[in-house]
Design a protein around this ligand. Structure first.
Ligand SMILES: Nc1ncnc2c1ncn2[C@@H]1O[C@H](COP(=O)(O)OP(=O)(O)OP(=O)(O)O)[C@@H](O)[C@H]1O
Ligand SMILES: [Mg+2]
Length: 250
């Protein structure tokens, strides 16, 4: 049972002074699923991701990622997890290929090996035509795609994606969502997806968690949460309707 969990937290808590950003979080993400991590601005989603990566120390509680303790084994956790932060940054004077070579170097991937992988990834994220353009001249969507290519270079087992479609045009967002889905289905990558775009989350998530004010107030499949809030019935509720119902009742 234990090994089926990619992420497991127990009473994970983060306080900043007197403010509690994450409160007693007990979260489970199963191997192979896409988990939608939802909640309003300031709910504690990014703070949770940072603790799972060992980049922020919990005030209390514990977590494991791929069976590893991120506090003690942050480096090993990072080997398994590809993290796309809220704001992806690049060196503007590098082009897409150079940026990817740089990340490959950082991850200790041999140049000849990296070369083939980079070609494959540029194709996968739809950046082949812009491979030699400096990233300073990239649009937001192009940066987002390059960010995804960067996190895939080390063949991660898990992806933490913090708002991956923020600021993308509808077509770009649909492509990125499709890409996430195919990474999950074809490569078996487990995905923890934080997003405010509920229709996109609904489209691809196996389960969701709703966090409000640092508290995880709901966790389960969208059908299960609909039943919890609206009971059994004919009507199919959108994730937006379900989310708003939880939100109003906090
Ligand atoms: N370094 C910090 N120092 C002090 N407070 C912080 C720090 N980082 C986050 N917080 C606070 O913790 C709370 C949770 O923030 P967090 O960034 O985790 O929210 P979020 O759910 O990711 O929100 P968003 O949807 O806006 O990205 C907020 O109240 C925020 O102000
Ligand atoms: Mg955030």
């Amino acid at each position: 049972m234990e090994s089926r969990m990619i992420i497991e937290t127990t009473n994970l808590t983060k306080r900043y002074g007197r403010q509690t950003a994450v409160n007693d979080l007990s979260l489970k993400v199963k191997k192979g699923e896409i988990f939608g991590f939802l909640g309003p601005n300031g709910a504690g989603k990014t703070t949770t991701l940072l603790m799972l990566l060992g980049l922020s120390h919990p005030s209390r509680g514990s977590a494991t990622v791929c069976g590893l303790n991120p506090l003690r084994m942050a480096k090993d956790v990072k080997r398994h997890v590809g993290y796309l932060p809220e704001n992806v940054g690049f060196y503007g004077d590098m082009d897409a290929i150079q940026s990817l070579e740089y990340v490959a170097d950082l991850n200790g991937i041999r140049r000849d090996e990296a070369r083939a992988k980079i070609d494959e990834l540029l194709e996968l994220v739809g950046l082949k035509e812009n491979a030699r353009k400096k990233t300073a001249a990239f649009s937001r969507g192009m940066k987002q795609r390059l960010g995804i290519a960067e996190v895939l270079i080390k063949n991660p087992e898990v992806l933490f994606l913090d708002e991956p479609t923020l600021g993308l045009d509808p077509e770009g967002a649909i492509q990125v969502i499709g890409l996430i889905e195919s990474l999950n289905q074809d490569k078996g990558i487990t995905v923890l997806l934080s997003s405010h775009n509920l229709s996109q989350v609904q489209k691809i998530s196996d389960r969701v968690g709703i966090m409000i004010g640092g508290n995880l107030i709901a966790e389960g499949s969208i059908d299960a949460l609909a039943e919890e809030k609206f009971g059994m019935g004919e009507k199919e509720y959108s994730l937006e309707e379900i989310y708003m119902k939880y939100f109003q009742e906090v």
